[in-house]
Ligand binder design. Structure first.
Ligand SMILES: Nc1ncnc2c1ncn2[C@@H]1O[C@H](COP(=O)(O)OP(=O)(O)OP(=O)(O)O)[C@@H](O)[C@H]1O
Ligand SMILES: [Mn+2]
Length: 455
């Protein structure tokens, strides 16, 4: 292609405008050539028996555009192209996965029934918080297969509110609800409708309250019980005005006869309010059980730069995982890989910090999931494809929920929440598509390293 350009260029030596036009074509072709070669190189590395000149044209793969790299420094072009090649190999592999990954595994049925029995709303008494607070074991927030889970979610949804405060934790609007006990809940209000689509970067937009609820359900399904217990809850700002503290009350105002609030936090603005619904008089949101005990915050090794022109080390360094492995406790690294899979499924690309309890990872702050069902940010999976290992238990559990069982089970749990429906059909389809990408990533790793990838 390049030689061809030179030949054409020679023919037009005396035509200034055409020459510069062909110069641009040549530079462009050269960059294209680099991208293609790297694609082939990575495909060879990840998957030895794959076709070498396969060109991506799948609907979702189109979202990854190698031209995004053009116009930046040449080493960044190469690095970004490498990442794109890995991601394209994952997408391509998902199309040739064996039938077992697409079929339902009969094992899931009994687990689904158990989960539904656990999550079924149930009556509770005043020892409910004592019970829930005794569940904590390191990062495990709720037990495996315990029917009292449905009693705790009922209490989260129904216990009367004694006071409402503005939470100073984090950067977005959150309320602290005090219930008898006392027991505290964090309330993340609804900012969006279910079918709203968040465009922009992977971390764009405000928290999605439905994402917090579905994440709790997903944590149970995947048996990664590290997320807070969450239930949908309706509150009336108007009726609870008298329970609000002064700081919060100062940010409450009536707009079009609706009671609204904007709160005080880093991103809180007086013109960005949430309000009681004009017909029901209620504001919906996700109510999060507050996890007791000491929680420690750490910078994520896979933190983004939050600047499109700047790449983080994990995006540049081919041996990043080996380096991190030397620095981090092995269990934490395995937890981070579990978290990457969890975040990839929900599409939370905003886990800038991770938080631990007794040296194990919690899945806190799941509000940035389910923003756009038509896009898959595969780089959320970087800890998995860069390290190329995964806990054996996580892998087995994922395999149990293949072929549509994951979303079928989630749907049954979602149905038990008062805010059902929690997700649109498109989000369910996206979850299944992403699960296949997790399967293909692990399959590529297995082809390269064998069974030792299962830890
Ligand atoms: N359920 C919970 N139990 C205990 N602590 C919690 C819980 N949820 C959140 N927190 C604490 O509150 C902090 C802020 O919460 P969260 O991260 O959800 O808010 P945020 O506004 O999205 O913050 P950021 O902008 O930093 O992402 C968390 O870092 C965590 O330490
Ligand atoms: Mn957040």
């Amino acid at each position: 292609m390049f030689t061809c350009c030179i030949a054409i260029k020679k023919l037009n030596e005396n035509q200034m405008t055409q020459t510069s036009f062909y110069n641009i074509i040549c530079v462009f072709s050269l960059l294209l050539l680099i991208c293609c070669s790297l694609n082939v190189y990575f495909f060879n590395n990840l998957q030895s028996n794959a076709p070498k000149n396969d060109v991506r044209n799948g609907e979702y793969a189109k979202k990854i555009n190698p031209n995004q790299a053009l116009g930046t420094k040449s080493n960044q072009i190469i690095t970004r192209s490498k990442a794109i090649a890995v991601q394209n190999a994952i997408i391509r592999k998902s199309e040739t996965l064996s039938a077992a990954f697409r079929k339902r595994n009969p094992k899931y049925l009994a687990i689904k029934l158990d989960l539904v029995n656990c999550f079924l709303p149930k009556p509770y008494n005043n020892s409910i918080w004592k019970t829930a607070n005794a569940w904590l074991q390191a990062n495990e927030v709720f037990p495996y297969n315990d029917k009292t889970i449905g009693a705790v979610t009922s209490a989260i949804r129904k216990e009367p509110i004694r006071s409402i405060k503005n939470s100073r934790r984090g950067t977005q609007l959150k309320l602290v609800l005090e219930l008898p006990g006392p027991q505290f809940l964090l309330f993340k209000p609804s900012w969006y409708n279910r079918n709203d689509i968040i465009n922009g970067t992977v971390y764009s937009g405000k928290d999605r309250h439905n994402s917090e609820i579905v994440s709790f359900h997903l944590a149970a399904v995947l048996n990664l019980r590290y997320s807070p217990i969450v239930a949908g809850r309706m509150i009336s700002l108007r009726n609870h005005m008298e329970f609000a503290d002064d700081e919060l009350r100062r940010t409450m105002k009536v707009i079009n006869n609706q009671q609204c609030v904007y709160g005080s936090c880093h991103y809180c603005k007086s013109d960005e309010t949430v309000c009681d619904d004009p017909t029901t008089g209620m504001l919906e949101g996700a109510a999060l059980y507050t996890i007791p005990g000491k929680i420690v915050k750490h910078r994520s090794p896979w933190q983004r730069t939050y600047k499109t022109e700047l790449m983080a080390e994990w995006e540049r360094n081919d041996n990043y995982c080996a380096m991190i492995r030397k620095k981090l406790q092995y269990n934490i690294l395995l937890d981070l890989i579990d978290a990457a899979i969890f975040d990839f499924l929900i599409q939370n690309g905003d886990r800038h910090h991770y938080e631990t309890r007794e040296d194990r990872l919690l899945f806190l702050d799941n509000g940035k999931g389910f923003g756009n069902p038509f896009i898959d940010h595969i780089d959320i999976l970087a800890p998995l494809y860069q390290c190329c290992f995964i806990r054996h238990t996580t892998w087995e559990r994922l395999l149990t929920f293949s072929g549509g069982a994951l979303t079928e089970t989630l749907e049954e749990l979602n149905k038990l929440d008062i805010l059902y429906p929690l997700l649109t059909k498109e989000h369910y389809l996206a979850l299944e598509r992403r699960l296949l990408y997790v399967f293909s990533t692990v399959s590529l790793c297995k082809e390269k390293h064998g069974n030792k990838i299962f830890k």
